[in-house]
Design a protein around this ligand. Structure first.
Ligand code: SAM
Ligand code: SF4
Length: 352
């Protein structure tokens, strides 16, 4: 991994005002990882024993996150998603949310979570200014959940989802990663359940970002596989025009138990980062819990904003560093290329 040096610190250039890369893409969505730690051990994400966690002094403080966020907003970022690891294992997330919600221009604020702690925290988070949540849930079967996550916590996730809905953190998106021999056959059941509950179901292709480096192209479940399973039961129609959204959306025209579905829109999303990449429209940036800026999930380069912060860089210098990183954003992730190499950092340490 290459950490980009602070070569721009002494730059006397005019202050930057926007984040545009060499391919004309404007960075407007920032994912901030609050921690690399997690309360689950999803088999496709990290090993049973966990990983070597970041020490506390390496993790950005709330003050540092708020200061950097203000700079990103000044440069045109419009939405901030808090993620991890599991963001809700970090103490004081609601307090951080209220500080981010007070920034100008106010960002749209969302959270990606495994929902274990959501039953306790949803009301506080909503009151603090969180707009919505994405919840990760790969199965509705207790035993399968225990096998997939190595924890017997399905009931907590379901309680967390209900609490989020009650607190008005809507629309609630539920994200599932499907594995061929484990939960691919459950895709239709998950979609039916989400339609009845009023959640927006999305299926994510497994990406080569697992800590174990066990991903293979041959084994992964593709968007085509998911659609084939769903179309056994549902009539789907592509919506088209996804803009910068990662999910390809399909309208659900018909399916089993239609009269029991909650109020629409009735849609399902497929996030096919591997087989149908959307790099051309990517507007995302990622800030890791230890303050490294990444312009792509699959990048091998990082820009060390923490070092700049902690050695006295002013806001214009930080903005210049960020703009330089964005300018160098790669055209695409290159997973299909023969020389593709998985980055050292796993998904849980980048921020999904
Ligand atoms: N712990 C939180 C959660 O699970 O929602 C937030 C972080 S998690 C890394 C974010 C999302 O990434 C989850 O929906 C998870 O299923 C997904 N994910 C993890 N590893 C993945 C991989 N290798 N490929 C695709 N998605 C992955
Ligand atoms: Fe934790 Fe999310 Fe990874 Fe599962 S996918 S182990 S919940 S970080």
């Amino acid at each position: 991994m290459t950490a980009v040096a602070l070569t721009t610190r002494a730059s006397a250039a005019a202050p930057v005002t926007e984040l545009v890369d060499a391919f004309g893409r404007r960075a407007e969505d920032l994912r901030i990882s609050l921690t690399d730690k997690c309360s689950l051990r999803c088999t496709y994400c990290m090993p049973a024993e966990g990983l070597e966690w970041l020490s506390k002094d390496r993790v950005l403080s709330d003050d540092e996150i708020v200061r950097l966020s203000a700079i990103f907003l000044r440069l045109g970022v419009k939405s901030i998603r808090l993620t991890g690891g599991e963001p809700l294992v970090r103490p004081g997330v609601a307090g951080l949310v209220s500080r981010l919600a007070a920034l100008e221009p106010r960002p749209e604020l969302s959270l990606t979570t495994n929902a274990l702690a959501l039953a306790d925290k949803a009301v506080d988070l909503a009151r603090s200014g969180l707009d919505r949540v994405n919840v990760s849930l790969d199965t509705l079967d207790r035993e399968k959940f225990r096998t997939l996550t190595r924890r017997d916590r399905l009931a907590d996730v379901l309680a967390g989802l209900q609490a989020a809905a009650d607190a008005g953190l809507a629309p609630i998106k539920v994200n599932a990663v499907l594995m061929r021999d484990q939960n691919l056959s459950e895709a239709g059941e998950l979609l039916g359940w989400a339609l009845r509950a009023g959640y927006r179901m999305r299926f994510i292709e497994h990406m080569p970002l697992d800590a174990q480096h066990a991903w293979t192209r041959a084994d992964m479940v593709t968007a085509e596989d998911v659609l084939a399973v769903l179309e056994d039961e549902f009539v789907l129609r592509p919506v088209g025009n996804r803009g910068n959204a990662p999910a390809e959306e399909f309208e659900i025209v018909d399916g089993p138990g239609r009269d029991t579905w909650a109020v629409g829109p009735w849609r399902v999303g497929i996030i096919a980062s591997v087989t149908r990449p959307f790099c051309r429209d990517c507007d995302r940036l990622r800030l890791t819990a230890d303050g490294q800026l990444r312009t792509c999930l699959f990048s091998h380069d990082e820009t060390d904003l923490r070092a700049a912060l902690r050695t006295g860089a002013d806001d214009d210098e930080l903005a210049q560093l960020i703009a330089t990183a964005v300018a160098g954003k790669a055209a695409g992730h290159g997973i299909a290329l023969p020389d593709f190499k998985q980055p050292d950092r796993p998904m849980s340490a980048i921020g999904g």
